[in-house]
Design a protein around this ligand. Structure first.
Ligand code: FE
Length: 199
């Protein structure tokens, strides 16, 4: 069977590149508005990571919160694609990018964070009502609330609880004027959990 080699920070200079790449992505696209909200992509990411840190999440989940929308930074579609009726599938775009750099404890909750919204809408009547208008609009593009079968299947997934926690930080991370720590602050978590997987 083909073995994948995984190198932790310190054994491969490529690991140090991950933080640089994250900085480059946010520099290039981070000032874009976060789809239909009054905060930028960077503010949104930093606020989500700050909430995860405040809730004593693992380093993996803090990094997941910081990078949950990295898929939005990896494509060239306009900021308001959802308003135009297009689902950019950003959670799927993020997966291969994150899987090259992090373990499943990072990339699985990120991939699941859109499904987690569909899940919460199905199981919590109040949840859907408190979603922002932009988030309600994208929900429809993403398939609407889950069916009963989808709910049971989702609850059986390994990173189900992490994905739901991440979703709640994501929903909260839209506060105008809230000053989260800078990107550098979260670099230590990235350094701690990043790994480079070579085929
Ligand atoms: Fe988000």
């Amino acid at each position: 069977m083909e073995q994948k080699s995984v190198m932790k920070q310190g054994s491969n200079p490529a690991v140090g590149e991950t933080m640089k790449e994250v900085c480059r992505l946010f520099e290039a696209r981070g000032s874009a508005w976060y789809g239909g909200e009054a905060v930028s992509q960077l503010e949104h990411a930093l606020q989500a990571a700050m909430f995860a840190e405040r809730d004593a999440a693992t380093a993996e989940l803090i990094v997941a919160a910081l990078l949950h929308d990295v898929g939005h930074l990896l494509h060239d579609l306009p900021e308001n694609v959802a308003e135009q009726g297009v689902d950019d599938r950003h959670e799927m775009l993020a997966r291969p990018w994150l899987a090259m750099r992090f373990s499943p404890a990072v990339f699985e909750p990120v991939e699941m964070h859109v499904a987690a919204k569909r899940y919460l809408c199905a199981v919590d009547a109040d949840y859907m009502l408190q979603l922002s208008p932009a988030s309600q609009q994208s929900l429809q593009l993403q398939g609407g609330p889950m069916s009963g079968d989808e709910v049971s299947e989702f609850e059986r997934r390994r990173f189900f609880a992490d994905a739901v926690r991440l979703r709640k930080w994501d929903d909260a991370a839209k506060v105008v004027g809230l000053k989260p720590p800078p990107l550098d602050h979260f670099g230590t978590y990235i350094g701690r959990v990043s790994q480079v997987t070579t085929p």
